[in-house]
Design a protein around this ligand. Structure first.
Ligand code: GAR
Length: 199
């Protein structure tokens, strides 16, 4: 199986979907480490399953560069072939993106390039779109700007709140992210300029 590291900051429901998939008999990938930037449910869930947890808090380092290099080294120690960010609420730095160039995938709760950033669900709702969804993309130096690998639409209901909409998006995110990581582990990715395709 292909070694994958997962980065998370939150409740860890996307992480759980990845861990469940990795535990299946026919799994294409294995989660070798979970890195977090804060104490969070995702770290607890990983530890409960006996997965190595890397805790790298920005506040524990003199500056962002030192934090970036520490996260890079500690993640690289597990030699992941792919890195998946699953609700990781920090922007990855240049050291990390250089070390894992073209091998970091992110799951975002909106149909990029619409509504990038930390409030994709609230921003889509406030704009009044009738369809939003989720995007899995390769991570580059920008905020949610990397080549798109896969998307799933989700209809916005008239009575949706940020919470109800985000929960419906997360239901499809868990499936999409797991499917994409499986496909990457099995078949890799081909990039052509700003476009990416899993062959
Ligand atoms: C997911 O919806 C993910 O796309 C989003 O956080 C949620 C994590 O859920 N990530 C971002 O907004 C990153 N900018 P979880 O903690 O239940 O896995």
């Amino acid at each position: 199986t292909v070694p994958v590291a997962v980065l998370a900051s939150g409740t860890g429901s996307l992480l759980t979907a990845l861990l469940d998939a990795a535990e299946a008999d026919s799994a294409a990938f294995d989660v070798v480490a979970v890195a977090v930037d804060r104490d969070c449910r995702a770290a607890e869930l990983a530890a409960q399953r006996g997965i190595a947890v890397i805790t790298c808090r920005l506040g524990d380092y003199p500056d962002r560069g030192a934090w970036d290099r520490a996260l890079t080294e500690q993640t690289a120690a597990f030699a992941p072939e792919w890195v998946a960010t699953a609700g990781f609420m920090k922007i990855l730095g240049p050291a990390f993106l250089d070390r894992f160039a073209g091998r970091v995938v992110n799951s975002h709760p909106a149909l990029l390039p619409a509504f990038p950033g930390a409030h994709g669900v609230a921003d889509a709702l406030a704009y009044g779109v009738k369809v939003t969804g989720t995007t899995v993309h390769l991570v580059d130096g920008g905020v949610d700007t990397g080549p798109i690998l896969a998307q799933t639409p989700v209809a916005v209901e008239p009575d949706d709140t940020e919470e109800t909409l985000h929960e419906r998006i997360k239901q499809v995110e868990r499936v999409l992210l797991t499917d994409v990581v499986t496909a990457l582990a099995t078949r890799g990715v081909v990039t052509d300029g700003r476009k990416a395709q899993i062959p």
